[in-house]
Design a protein. Structure first.
Length: 285
């Protein structure tokens, strides 16, 4: 698998399908000599080679080999083994972390936990349909376990650090963006993709979508790298350009114009997405 380091604490693994991005983040520093302050009692620690702190995995790659490789990627980076999984939203392709780390709890926005509760088995059904289409076999079924609902907006401790959770609905009815402030990384879920058209799925809403874009606009000011759910990692200025295109597209969709698609996102597949978006705005699901 390809793993890209955006910062000493942040890696991105990209799936060969759907250009799905998975972010691995480590909070807390390796403590070495920093603990050597002399106290009355000298504590002799074993050679503290091991990384301290905490590792979270945000979203997931899709293919079985990629999921199997995740723990090796974490080890090679000398990050502690993951103690938490996060999903930006409840679409199946963001929920597969438990296939890589079955014992680790999955955390998500309250809105996502509610969605998963109210449609049990939906992610598993969609995963199965995807796998059947591509003849993919998996060793075990996806079990989400006891999903932990996180307050959004909110903060979440990771080692000595904090990540920020920001509401991000509109693509679906649920979701959050995750800011990693000390690394200048913003993980946005299915927004700000330079290769996908904005997509309104079941529960999606153009007004909420536009509100999310405005919230992301503010967050971009303190970000260097933006990781979309699908597509290349973007520098903040490029992400802002995508944001403007997407906001323009979404406003055109609401006005019922036969919106011109953004340059580079007007293939037959994008036009099908656009037709579905237009249908859902005029006849909400
Ligand atoms: Zn997605």
């Amino acid at each position: 698998v390809r793993a890209l380091a955006l910062h000493p604490d942040v890696l991105v693994v990209t799936s060969a399908v759907l250009h799905a991005n998975c972010v691995i983040v480590r909070g807390g520093l390796e403590r070495g000599a920093a603990d050597a302050s002399a106290g009355p009692i000298e504590v002799i620690e074993p050679a503290a080679e091991q990384a301290q702190g905490e590792t979270f995995v945000i979203d997931s790659p899709v293919l079985p080999d990629e999921l199997d490789a995740l723990s090796a990627v974490v080890e090679q980076a000398r990050f502690p083994s993951p103690s938490g999984l996060l999903a930006t939203h409840g679409d199946w392709d963001h929920l597969l972390g438990r296939l890589a780390f079955p014992g680790v709890a999955l955390g998500c926005a309250e809105s996502t936990a509610e969605r998963l509760r109210s449609s049990p088995g939906a992610a598993q059904r969609e995963l199965r349909a995807f796998d059947e289409d591509l003849l993919i076999e998996r060793e075990r079924p996806l079990a989400l376990g006891a999903v932990q609902a996180l307050p959004v907006p909110g903060r979440c401790d990771i080692g000595d650090r904090e990540i920020e959770l920001h509401p991000a609905a509109g693509h679906t009815a649920d979701g959050m963006a995750v800011a990693i402030p000390w690394a200048g990384v913003l993980v946005v879920g299915d927004y700000l993709s330079s290769v996908e058209l904005p997509t309104l799925e079941a529960g999606g809403d153009p007004g909420a979508y536009l509100a999310t874009l405005e919230r992301l606009r503010g967050l971009l000011e303190s970000a260097q790298h933006v990781v979309p759910g699908h597509g290349p990692v973007l520098a903040a200025d490029r992400a802002l350009a995508v944001l403007e295109e997407d906001a323009g597209y979404m406003r055109g969709l609401v006005r019922g114009e036969d919106a011109e698609l953004p340059p580079g996102r007007s293939s037959a597949s994008h036009r099908r997405t656009h037709a579905a978006n237009a249908a859902s705005v005029h006849d909400p699901r």
